[in-house]
Structure formats: C-alpha cells, structure tokens
Design a protein around this ligand. Structure first.
Ligand code: DAH
Length: 369
C-alpha cells in the first residue's frame, strides 16, 4: 500500500531539507482532507512497512557518521509531526460520518429485545394464579439450615432425604449442632416455617425459588431446579379448600377442560398427603405416550399441614413470646402444596428434555417470545 519514499541524492543539509520537506508535505496533504486516523497511522508508523521505517532503512542505516545527527534531527521532527496529527485525531475523533464514507441512510443492525425465559414465565404464571386468589409472595434463602429444611418439617433424624445421597450439604459443619448445619435447600417448603415463625395466621403465600438436589442430570432431572410452594393457614381450612384451590389453579394453567384427581401419597409435613394428577392434555385422557397410556399426568404434591409442623413453629415462636398460641392446631388448620416449575413448563410446552431450558439455545428459547 506504500509507494516508495523519495530518493536521497546526497547527505548534505540542503538535500536532507529537500527530502524531508517532501515527506512533511505528504503528511500535510494526507491530513488536510478527512481521513481515517488508523489508516494514516499504519501508513506512517507501521513497524514493518510504515514510511518512517522505510526512511530509516533507506536513509539512516547507510548514512555516513557525520550525517547521522542532522538526519536524525529531521527524522525526529517528521515523526513528531505525525504524532501530533494522531494526537489531534484522538482528541477530536468526530469526523462527520458522511465525510468518511459511511452511508447513514442504511438500516442499522437490529438488536433483538430480550424475552422472559420460559421457566421464569411459567413460574410467574403460577404465582399470578395464586396472587389472584389473594396469596402473596414469600422468599427464603437457598443456603438453608437443617432445622428449616428438615427438622421443623417433621423429617425424622434418620430420614433418607437427609442423606447426602439427596442433599448437597455445606462442608465443614460437623462441629455445629445438627439443627444449625447448613445445606442447599432441597425444596421451597422451609419458607413455610420461616413465614409462620414470623407471622400469625391467616397466612396465604406462594414461594417461587431455586432448589438443589444431589441428582444426576438426565432427561427429566437437573441438580438445580425450581419450585413454587404454597401455604394457606386460617380457621376452618379443609381438604375441600385444598382440592378446590388446586383444581382451579390447574384449570387456570392448562385450560378449563382439564380434570384433576388426588392420589394418596406421603410427605412428612402434611397429613393426609396427596399427589395431584391432571387429565393428560396431549390426549384428553385417552392414553398416549406422554401419559404412559394412563390418561393422567402427575404434577404436584400437597396435603393438610401436619400438626407436628405447627408444634415446631409454636416452639420457635415461644422463644420470643412464651405465651404464643397463634398456631394452636385446635384453632387453625391449613394446607400446603409444592410443584416443580420445570415439570409444569415441560407439560405446557410438550418438551421431554429438561436440558433445553438450560442450554441457552436461541432456537429453543425464541419459540416462547
Ligand atoms: N416439598 C415437596 C418436594 O419437594 C413438595 C411438596 C409436597 C410441598 C407436598 C408441599 C406439600 O408443600 O404439601 O417434593
């Protein structure tokens, strides 16, 4: 890109003056019109092919020793002239776009606006259904104590769920009393306890959040996933309130034609406990691959709050108010439920691979825009 530098006929001062004047004029004419500072810098200062390098190679290297000083002086002046141009350009880079050949009438590059992640969307949909029923949102920590995650929820000391098989525990906790040992919460249920310890009934909360389990990832499991918990405690809360509420919620999420059915189950913190199934939305209950030909899809766990849970809450509340009786199971009853957000989103979208939600693959995510 660089044309040759002028010939130097002799090393006497008039010849040097003439040769450097030609170069100085070159610099001036290049910079009097709008120019690209980077192109200019490379043309003159590039270490391999820059014009100053050519001058140095052709003139300085073969100069007789008495010519070195006058030549070097002029060389440095030229270099300063070039650097001054570059310093100016850096200080006021705003060469009008039109002058450097940018067509400002061309369409710009479009940056796609973000969309809510499908899991977040499903989580918000679930929460919104309960907000409309008068529930509020409660949150709790992901690093939880054994007490809130297990003990207060009536998990006996040697319950298999406490085993590190299922629970990711925080290291170095052995010297602490077992109730204070830290772990990654395995469900959102500890927020039931935190809320009841902090506030008297009536309680109506939903708890969206991340939970952690020592599970290998496969098509339907991920060691980190999301749940929405629910808790309702008041006077005269019955199992039929639980059924009505969850039947309404499932219809709100999956369409008014879905049916629900409650199957006996077991959770330490509810008695009785149930698993809730909805009629298969893929085959309307006729039986297909998605519902394993049963016509039903299992979606969540629920039950009536076990009096043992109220007892743990009361013991905790009595530490600050010894006369506290707000959660006397003779007076209040309640129901609770917990659902996996991924599971619900997978049914909503007919996905059989949980990993799609975490892949960051735009081809998958964009479908939910
Ligand atoms: N915590 C349970 C789990 O992670 C889900 C659950 C079941 C929550 C029943 C509840 C409930 O509140 O009543 O498997």
């Amino acid at each position: 890109m660089n044309e040759p530098i002028p010939q130097l006929s002799s090393y006497d001062e008039p010849s040097l003056d003439a040769a450097f004047a030609t170069l100085a004029e070159e610099v001036r004419s290049e910079t009097s019109a709008p120019h690209d500072a980077e192109v200019f810098r490379l043309r003159w200062l590039s270490r391999k092919q820059g014009r100053l390098k050519l001058v140095s190679d052709a003139w300085l290297k073969s100069a007789p020793s008495e010519a070195r000083k006058p030549l070097g002086l002029r060389f440095n002046q030229l270099k300063q002239q070039i650097e001054a141009v570059l310093a100016d350009a850096a200080a006021s880079p705003a060469v009008p776009a039109a002058k450097v050949g940018i067509d400002i009438t061309l369409p710009g590059s479009v940056r796609a606006p973000g969309i809510p992640h499908p899991l977040l969307k499903t989580m918000q949909e679930i929460v919104a259904v309960f907000h409309r029923l008068g529930y509020s949102t409660a949150l709790g920590p992901q690093v939880e104590t054994d007490f809130y995650n297990f003990e207060a929820l009536n998990f006996p000391p040697n319950h298999p769920a406490r085993d590190t098989q299922d629970t990711l525990v925080v290291a170095g906790q052995q010297s602490r009393p077992s109730r204070d040992r830290l772990l990654m919460r395995t469900h959102t249920s500890p927020v039931q306890i935190r809320t009841m310890v902090a506030q008297a009934p009536p309680v109506r909360i939903v708890v969206p959040g991340k939970v952690h389990r020592n599970d290998a990832a496969d098509a339907t499991h991920s060691p980190v996933f999301h749940q929405v918990e629910g808790l309702c405690v008041d006077t005269n809360i019955t199992f039929s309130d639980l059924k009505g509420t969850l039947d309404h919620a499932m219809k709100a999420l999956f369409g008014s034609s879905v049916k629900t059915r409650f199957f006996p189950s077991f959770f330490p913190f509810t008695e009785p406990s149930a698993d809730v199934q909805i009629s298969c939305i893929f085959c309307a209950g006729k039986g297909c691959r998605k519902c394993k030909h049963s016509g039903w899809i299992e979606l969540l766990g629920c039950g009536m709050v076990d009096p043992a849970v109220f007892a743990s809450v009361t013991a905790e509340r009595r530490k600050t108010n010894p006369a506290d009786d707000a959660y006397n199971p003779e007076r209040v009853t309640g129901f609770a439920f917990g659902m996996g957000v991924e599971r619900i989103a997978m049914v909503q979208h007919g996905t059989s691979e949980i990993g799609h939600f975490y892949s960051g693959d735009m081809r998958f995510l964009e479908q939910f825009a």
